[in-house]
Design a binder for this molecule. Structure first.
Ligand code: ATP
Length: 362
């Protein structure tokens, strides 16, 4: 197996008595696009800053290409960081900004100019070479910041919410620029964001953090389809969560669960086992719930429709059971029209047992 480019080996970061990162273990491979995501204050930026050499781990080891880098300063390691505010030098023009890193490394003027121009061309910026930074648009500035970081041809680029200051349209265009560049160059990107859509659109793997802890690492698909615990299920959204007690197994290997809302079936994720009387948490995706006046499945709940939300081609429906359990159901606009449901209507929500997933970590 290939050696990881980056290893976080039991890394802990304290600020005084506050633990910002709790015992992190993470391996990042060459050419991967890894997004670290989570809500504000969960430790994403601290993780990136430790990799960049701007914060030092309190415990554990960070390795780059197999070598411990805990004690290397930011300029002694090849891990440039692109910030949200980009930190371009306003007193230098576009070309001089891009050249800067090469100048610091002592590269001769003609050579560094040639290299910087190559990068400007690569990022479609050649016509702006002599322009002041202040006269560029947000998207152009983003590309200058990328060129400035990539001109030294580092093995890895760290990005901290680089698109959060852009409007939605430009942000989506820049996502295309970033992923294209990352794949073309075969470089590793570690990207911090609080935006699930950005992370899911670009990353090969996502790391979901909460309160300093890694909750799950996996492909966007795996994290969305098989969240490990309640936190991840709620974080990725569109999930219904039910709790219950295991009573046994049906012939097809599904788990029979008893809950205050009635009995239902659910499937186990690979590798997890349960025993009768064990408490479990189950998650059902909003798109896997069917609505009907005449239920045919054993997994069903009698509900009242309490809200509708139109989101373009989809409709979110909000339901409530008599005992106060809230459910979210997602339908295609066309299916919603066929259903003809309305607020206040009594209806059955039902689902296949195979679509109810017992969470691994709860
Ligand atoms: P955001 O999305 O808001 O930037 P984040 O997930 O990137 O959040 P971090 O910036 O890593 O979070 O911060 C994690 C926690 O550590 C926060 O509670 C923050 O207040 C705290 N923290 C970060 N840097 C320091 C510092 N230098 N001194 C003290 N506490 C800090």
């Amino acid at each position: 197996m290939t050696q990881p480019l980056v290893v976080f080996d039991n890394v802990v970061k304290h600020f005084g008595s506050y633990q910002a990162v709790e015992r992190m273990n993470l391996e990042i491979y060459k050419g991967e696009f890894v997004a670290i995501m989570g809500s504000s204050g969960c430790g994403k930026t601290t993780t990136l800053r430790m990799l960049a050499g701007l914060d030092k781990p309190s415990e554990g080891e960070i390795r780059l290409n197999g070598e411990r880098i805990n004690d290397l300063r930011s300029w002694e390691r090849d891990t440039p960081l692109v910030w949200q505010n980009l930190a371009l030098f306003p007193f230098l023009n576009v070309l001089e900004n891009v050249e800067f890193g090469l100048r610091m490394r002592g590269m001769a003027k003609a050579e560094r100019r040639k290299k910087a121009l190559e990068w400007l061309e690569r990022l479609g910026l050649e016509e702006f070479a002599t322009r002041d930074i202040s006269l560029l648009s947000g998207g152009q500035r983003q590309r200058v910041a990328l060129a400035r970081s990539l001109v030294t041809e580092p093995p890895i680029l760290l990005l901290d919410e680089p698109l959060s200051a852009l409007d939605a349209h430009l942000s989506v265009r820049m996502q295309g620029v970033l992923t294209g560049l990352q794949k073309d160059l075969g470089i590793t990107f570690v990207y911090v964001t609080h935006s699930q859509s950005e992370a899911f659109a670009m990353a090969d793997r996502v790391v979901i953090m909460s309160r300093g802890r890694v909750e799950q690492i996996g492909s966007p698909q795996a994290v969305f389809l098989e969240p490990h615990n309640r936190f991840v299920a709620e974080f990725v959204g569109g999930k219904n969560i039910l709790s219950g007690t295991v009573v046994g197994f049906d012939d097809g290997g599904l788990v029979r669960i008893d809950s205050p809302h009635g009995g239902f079936l659910a499937r186990l994720p690979e590798g997890k086992t349960v025993v009768p009387a064990e408490r479990v948490t189950v998650c059902i995706s909003a798109e896997h719930i069917e609505l009907t006046a005449q239920p045919v499945r054993r997994n069903r709940l009698s509900c009242t429709v309490v809200g509708e939300e139109f989101i373009g081609s989809m409709v979110n429906l909000y339901l409530e059971t008599k005992d106060g359990l809230e459910l979210q159901v997602q339908k295609l606009q066309a299916d919603y029209q066929l259903l003809g449901v309305h607020c206040g209507q009594q209806i059955f929500a039902e689902w296949d047992g195979a679509h109810a997933l017992i969470l691994r970590g709860d």
